[in-house]
Design a protein around this ligand. Structure first.
Ligand code: TMP
Length: 237
């Protein structure tokens, strides 16, 4: 399968058409942004790591019964995926307080929740991705009740499976963001990526941050952290 027209360029990925109208090619970039694009930079080697990590994790989730858009990895930065229409809702699952949760509610980073906490935000850069509750999602016509129920179930299943996978690699899954899309026939599948850009990953022993927070917060060692979690996952899977 070959890349044809560039359909879309996002902050971290490009999406190309292919000869098959039902398939797309995603190409991962080394570009990194934070704070809704206000902070910009490059994380050398990130594109290849995020491509590989997303595909390893999605293949595993697929085997565990979560439908995904993954078709096959084409090269170190490119993957063939099923064409979906993305539901413009960022689905965030949190196991431990961090990031915007800690800031918004004034709780210390590291507070462990009794149960996973689900949160939705509107995937809309112009509005700054505002928080959504279920009724907002229905009022805006972003998803039906049936779709949201399935999204919720898949997100919690993904959390349970990813937590186990990362625990076996000596890593704590603090939180993550996923996106879902609809195939032509309406089937909902997991889409986008699962990577250190979209997950908070802490070393289980030291609680050292091994994810994009190193870039967001200028902690240094960004490339090394991405390489380390990739290596641990490849060994642990
Ligand atoms: P937050 O605490 O900043 O809301 O982030 C929650 C999780 O979502 C965290 O694992 C990082 C991820 N995330 C994205 O993937 N994209 C984004 O644009 C933001 C803000 C967070």
């Amino acid at each position: 399968m070959e890349k044809q027209k560039l359909l879309y360029e996002g902050k971290a990925k490009k999406v190309y058409a292919t000869q098959d109208p039902k398939l797309l090619i995603v190409a991962y970039k080394d570009d990194a942004t934070a704070f809704n694009g206000q902070k910009k930079g490059t994380i050398q080697g990130k594109g290849a790591i995020n491509n590989r990590m997303t595909n390893l994790l999605m293949a595993r989730l697929e085997r565990e019964g979560i439908p995904t858009h993954l078709v096959e990895e084409l090269s170190d930065r490119e993957t063939l995926v099923k064409k979906v229409s993305i539901i413009p809702v960022e689905v965030i699952v949190r196991n431990i307080a961090a990031g915007s949760f800690s800031k918004r509610y004034g709780v210390e980073e590291g507070l462990e929740f009794d149960a996973p906490t689900l949160e939705f935000s509107y995937k809309n850069d112009a509005l700054g991705d505002p928080l959504l509750n279920d009724d907002h999602i229905f009022a805006l016509g972003l998803a039906s009740r049936e779709e949201l129920a399935l999204v919720r179930k898949y997100a919690l299943d993904v959390n349970r499976l990813l937590k186990e996978i990362w625990r076996a690699c000596g890593v704590i899954l603090v939180d993550f963001k996923v996106e879902f899309g609809r195939l032509e026939n309406g089937t909902i599948v997991l889409a986008d990526e699962i990577s250190p850009d979209t997950c908070r990953l802490w070393d289980a022993k030291t609680r050292e941050k091994l994810d994009k927070d190193r870039f967001r917060r200028d902690l240094g060692g960004v490339e090394a952290a991405y390489a380390q979690v990739m290596e641990r996952l490849a060994k642990g899977l």
